[in-house]
Write a protein that binds this ligand. Sequence first.
Ligand code: 13P
Ligand code: SF4
Length: 380
Amino acid sequence: MALLTSLREPALKLAPYKSLDNATLHARIEALREALGPRLLVLGHHYQQDEVIALADLRGDSYQLSRMAADSTDCRAIAFCGVHFMAETADILVNRPERLAERGGERVTVVLPDLAAGCSMADMAMIDQVEACWDELGEVIDTEDITPVTYINSAASLKAFCGRHGGIVCTSSNAAAVLQWAFRRTSRVLFFPDQHLGRNTAFAMGIPLDQMPVWNPHAEELGGNTAAALQASKVLLWQGHCSVHAMFRAEHVEQLRAKYPGIRVLVHPECSREVVEKADVYGSTGKIIREVEAAPPGTKWAIGTELHLVQRLKQEHPEQEIHFLSPIVCMCATMYRIDLAHLCWSLENLAAGTPVNVIHLDEETARWSLVALERMLEVK
Ligand code: 13P
Ligand code: SF4
């Protein structure tokens, strides 16, 4: 079966797929994976639904998925089961100039099965807002002495901004090492879009909270700060957050500790400072999984991250007692948009030579984003 890329109308429309049951869709996707063999790579983020994860060749956290895209050599198409910024990152890494040259110029087609799978946190920092912030900062601080650090949960234009300005990308698994890298270069960091990951990481490195002012992109002047506060800062935090992780609260930790004595609380660093402070361990989705895998049977956990991952951990580790940290459902609605109907539709169009939902960045954005991503991949 050929993997042609085309700008033609999709051979297959989405609507009929929506009425197929999951067993039929699963079988059709399996048949395609078999026919396409190593030329197709299906990547799945840990927050994906079980039925999607079951069909992924590889699954991981954001850092692991970036590495998988960067290291892949055989594939000619990637179906990215995750959100938009992840597919953009895969496109930049898998189609970087050295890899393109190795393939004689042939691009790997990266598809996001549903283009509506975005990230509300990434949307909280727009490139024009970040550029305006940089210009305003320049009026009160020397921007040569600021390293811009963008969380990978951001549009490629922000990664490109970091590439151009001596900055770098981080994920939830390497944020501390990235901040150390940045502080070897400059005495200040501008961290966007997630204030919580920035604050939790910098605080653990010994930076006091009063040296971390928050930049509100909607404020009239200086992001709502005084010039003196900005001049005294070490880490300037962007006023962005994850609406899923915002639902975990300090009182949930207290309630579960009271109800289940000895329970261990494990949370993602996108949770607020108050929650992370009360937790026993925090880390990326990959770290959360490793912590549970390494724990002795009978360990009691309260886990504060996206529902699908916690439910999967519960099923895969019946020898442990796993509780969801919040009494309310905290799921990432955009991750959830990727379902078997969209995956099957996008793969069958790919095989028919009319790929849909192709993520292909313009050369300039890809080039500068790659600079910031490569700096991240080199950080140990
Ligand atoms: P990880 O890098 O920990 O997989 O997190 C991705 C994400 O979007 C968490 O909200
Ligand atoms: Fe974005 Fe939060 Fe969803 Fe992660 S969980 S993709 S940060 S909205």
